[in-house]
Each structure stands twice: as structure tokens, then as C-alpha cells.
Design a protein around this ligand. Structure first.
Ligand code: SF4
Length: 222
């Protein structure tokens, strides 16, 4: 059915991975992903089937959090067609809406009022060849419409940092949207990443997963 989504989990937490980090946020985590990143910390979204829900059931759940910021995430949320009417409904209900996407799916149909947090997959993810580079043009178009989008690089090595820095400079990404550099904690030390960013005066934000620091032992629902 057109208004049914496969949901991995619904939860209320603190936004932890964007320029809105620290704000209360209701999360709608969709099941399924077309990628298999080496460092994936939410495998349960694609190796468990999830639960089918109507948009009505999701918006009913949100009634407990009136006016709260809502983030749709995954998995890869743009794989499910019903995510588009869901976004429209959340906007109509007055929520600020974010969507986190892997960068492998075209973002052109995402309403401009929705803030896209888009990954660009680095070599260490094993998924670099899945980046849809047309999305950079889409980000330019959306910016003219007033969108508040962001690009995130998840870095697992100095090699990833070097690659990402080159992409940021070549495409002048920092003139387009806020750019986040987020280290995979067990693979790239934050102090090393900080030093590299400072040495090159790269106009990016070092981003540590806030929820992982608040709740280090909780892997779901935060
Ligand atoms: S895109 Fe996200 S959910 Fe999918 S495999 Fe990569 S890290 Fe995991």
C-alpha cells in the first residue's frame, strides 16, 4: 500500500550528527539499505525485516511530541516511495523535518523545506562508487529555494581524510552547505582528525556522534 513504510524503529532522542546536534528530535528509522558500508553501526536496519506501518500510525506516535524536530533516517530512507508523502505530512503538521541519506539515491524529489543530511561515501566505506554525483547539482538548486542541507563525510582513515579534503576543495562544498567530517571512532582518532583539519585550515566541522558519547553502551533507540 502507498502509505505503508517498513520501519526499523521510532524513538525520541537527542540529534547527534549534524549542525542541529544537541536538539531534541523524534527519529523515524526506516528499514532497508542498498549499501553495505564497512563501518555500518545500524546493520539491524537491513538484516532485520522491520515492521510495516501506515503514515497515520507514525503521525499518531508523534502526537506525544508536538512541534518537535523530526529526522527520517535508515538504512536508506529514500528507497521507500511512501517516504515522500510522509515528509509532506510531517511538514504540514508543522515539524522541522530532516532526512539522512547515503548519497547513493537521487535527492531531487525531496521537498526543499526538508533538510537533507547527505553522506558522500569515502574509500574506506567500500561504497565510494555508489555516490550519485548529480546530487551536488541538486544541492545547488535546493539552496536557491532556501533549503538547509548538509554534507557529511564519515572518515575511517587518513586516506579518507585526504580524499574528502580534495573533494571539498574541488567542488567548493563549504560555499554550498555546511560540511561535516565525522570520524569512525575506533578507526580514526578525533585528535588526529582535528590536527589535520587545523593544519590545512579546511572549512569543515569536526563532528563527533553526540548520542554515542551520552549513551556509549546503547546501540539502538538513541
Ligand atoms: S548507508 Fe548507512 S545504513 Fe546503509 S550500510 Fe552504509 S552506514 Fe549502514
Amino acid at each position: 500500500m502507498a502509505d505503508r513504510l517498513r520501519i526499523s524503529e521510532l524513538f525520541y532522542s537527542i540529534q547527534g550528527e549534524s549542525t542541529r546536534a544537541g536538539l531534541p528530535c523524534a527519529f523515524i528509522r526506516l528499514s532497508g539499505c542498498n549499501l553495505r558500508c564497512t563501518y555500518c553501526d545500524s546493520r539491524y536496519t537491513w538484516d532485520e525485516p522491520g515492521q510495516k506501518m501506515t503514515t497515520g500510525r507514525i503521525t499518531d506516535w508523534l502526537k506525544d511530541f508536538p512541534g518537535v524536530m523530526v529526522e527520517i533516517t535508515g538504512g536508506e530512507p529514500l528507497l521507500q516511495e511512501a517516504v515522500y508523502p510522509l515528509m509532506e505530512e510531517l511538514l504540514a503538521d508543522g515539524h522541522e523535518v530532516l532526512i539522512e541519506t547515503s548519497g547513493s539515491m537521487n535527492i531531487e524529489q525531496v521537498p526543499p523545506q526538508v533538510g537533507v543530511i547527505m553522506d558522500l561515501k569515502c574509500p574506506g566505506s567500500g561504497m565510494m562508487d555508489k555516490n550519485d554525483w548529480h546530487n551536488l547539482a541538486a544541492l545547488h538548486s535546493r539552496r536557491k529555494l532556501g533549503s538547509r542541507d548538509e554534507i557529511k563525510f564519515v572518515l575511517s582513515s587518513v586516506r579518507d581524510y585526504t580524499w574528502a579534503g580534495r573533494i571539498v576543495r574541488e567542488h567548493r562544498l563549504a560555499d554550498l552547505v555546511p560540511v561535516l567530517f565525522s570520524p569512525v571512532i575506533d578507526q580514526l582518532a578525533p585528535d588526529l582528525l582535528a590536527r589535520l583539519i587545523m593544519e590545512e585550515q579546511l572549512p569543515v566541522r569536526l563532528q563527533l556522534q553526540l548520542h554515542s558519547q551520552i549513551w556509549p553502551n546503547i546501540k539502538r533507540g538513541v
